[in-house]
Design a protein around this ligand. Structure first.
Ligand SMILES: C[S@@+](CC[C@H](N)C(=O)[O-])C[C@H]1O[C@@H](n2cnc3c(N)ncnc32)[C@H](O)[C@@H]1O
Length: 188
């Protein structure tokens, strides 16, 4: 049914392993429970994610678990896209806000300290994810309920039971980053 999908996990294991190692080495503030550790997406991979989503100035991008905000900020700089980054770790939200000020895009982006599972992202036209597969699976009902035509791009991990319509590999310093694209279908 999508034969490359499992092999993709193995090919993408460099950055997946980086995420696992980060979970051991980067401690969040004591009052914050991270569902996935902070590992940033390399800028070359961010560029490909935005190209896959065919981003435009009329889009509204949500990055769920936004880290330093690079995906939202890059979209605003390259395409004039409005964006919202959500992260449960206040250090990431502060870093993202500072990066947006440096990039001169504060009129188009905002960053929220929030649990992504409690975030209303129903107005999104593009959603980006760099989470674990079980988190993507938990998000699936909300993703499928987004407006038809909304694009979802995930770094390294698929969505169980929802084959992607396209995938793309980006090699960065010997690690292969696999990206997946879905478009929310018309409700049946
Ligand atoms: C792998 S990083 C991805 C960062 C960014 N999206 C990127 O691709 O560069 C995942 C991020 O999710 C955040 N996170 C973990 N659990 C979360 C939750 N329940 N709600 C919101 N953010 C969360 C972490 O703090 C981390 O910054």
């Amino acid at each position: 049914m999508f034969p490359d999908f499992r092999r993709a996990g193995a090919r993408a294991c460099g950055s997946a392993v980086a995420m696992l190692l980060a979970s051991c080495s980067v401690l969040p503030p004591a009052d914050v429970k991270l569902d996935v550790p902070y590992v940033s997406t390399p800028e070359e991979v961010v560029a490909e994610m935005l190209d896959m989503a065919k981003l435009g100035p009329g889009d509204l991008l949500y990055d769920l678990g936004c880290g330093d905000g690079r995906i939202v900020i890059s979209a605003a700089r390259r395409f004039g896209t409005r964006g919202v980054g959500v992260d449960i770790d206040s250090r990431r939200v502060a870093d993202a806000a500072a990066a947006a000020r440096s990039a001169g895009v504060t009129d188009r982006v905002r960053f929220l300290k929030q649990d992504l599972f409690e975030t209303d992202f129903s107005e999104a036209s593009v959603v980006t994810l760099y989470l674990f597969p079980e988190l993507n699976a938990r998000l699936k009902p909300k993703l499928l309920a987004l407006k038809p035509g909304t694009r979802i791009v995930s770094h390294n991990f698929g969505i169980a039971g929802w084959p992607p319509e396209a995938s793309s590999d980006v090699e960065v310093r010997g690690n292969v980053h696999r990206l997946f694209l879905w478009t929310v279908p018309q409700a049946r």
